[in-house]
Design a protein around this ligand. Structure first.
Ligand code: CA
Length: 225
């Protein structure tokens, strides 16, 4: 699994990262809130271990920003605080679990396994904001309305939702859809146009975004930000 650990205490960060790497995970690290948020929004991780007291932006804010952007990535919060209010605040800002410092590394590993198992149980469904794709029935819906998508658009939607809120490169989409032989250079563009007509046009807030010269991303974007 690919994990992101956001923690400003370098000793704890090194211990946690080394331990998780030794367990076979790929681990990226960040030492402050904005840096961690940037990585979480631009890279694809399976889970985030997130400290609450962080320079720049605290863990609650990082978590809330990720959820606002439509990310459903599992998050385990770490904190020295064990007051009920902090725990509730953490869960309310969108964390999946909560671990109070000091903790045993084996306890963290067990929580990570449990949260990943739980989210794996839910991963029959992908969700970005009010858009839901059921991977069992391949039915997509937005705000409770069923969306009728052809197989190519469905596949594009699944790829974008899996990586959301990160950008998926145009070449990666083309390879996933057509291997080494895309039908024409405009095929992806016309499928994206069709996808937007169905997924975005009937709704007030667009979720599909063009990253010019790079590719596409699917996310709820706060235009004030
Ligand atoms: Ca801290």
């Amino acid at each position: 699994m690919r994990l992101l650990v956001i923690e400003d205490n370098r000793d704890i960060l090194a211990n946690v990262a080394d331990y998780l790497a030794a367990q076979g995970h790929i681990v990226d690290c960040a030492e402050n809130g904005p840096g961690g948020l940037h990585l979480a929004l631009t890279e694809a991780y399976d889970l985030i271990v997130l400290d609450i007291g962080l320079p720049g932006m605290d863990g609650y804010a990082v978590c809330a920003r990720l959820r606002d952007a439509g990310s459903s990535i599992p998050i385990i919060m770490l904190t020295a605080r064990d007051a009920l209010d902090d725990r509730l605040h953490g869960l309310k800002s969108g964390a999946d679990d909560y671990l109070v410092k000091p903790f045993a590394l084996s306890e963290l590993a067990a929580r990570i396994d449990a949260v990943l198992r739980r989210s794996g149980g839910h991963s029959r469904q992908l969700r970005v904001s009010d858009l839901v794709l059921d991977l069992g029935t391949l039915q997509a819906e937005r705000s409770g309305q069923a969306l009728k998508l052809n197989p190519t658009c469905l596949k594009i939607l699944e790829l974008l939702m899996r990586k959301s809120p990160a950008t998926v490169r145009r070449e990666a989409l083309e390879t996933a859809l057509w291997g080494d032989a895309p039908p024409s250079s405009d095929s992806l563009r016309s499928h994206m146009h069709l996808l937007r007509q169905i997924v975005d046009k009937p709704f007030p807030q667009p979720l599909v975004h063009t990253m010019h010269g790079i590719g596409y991303r699917l996310a709820k974007v706060d235009h004030g930000a």
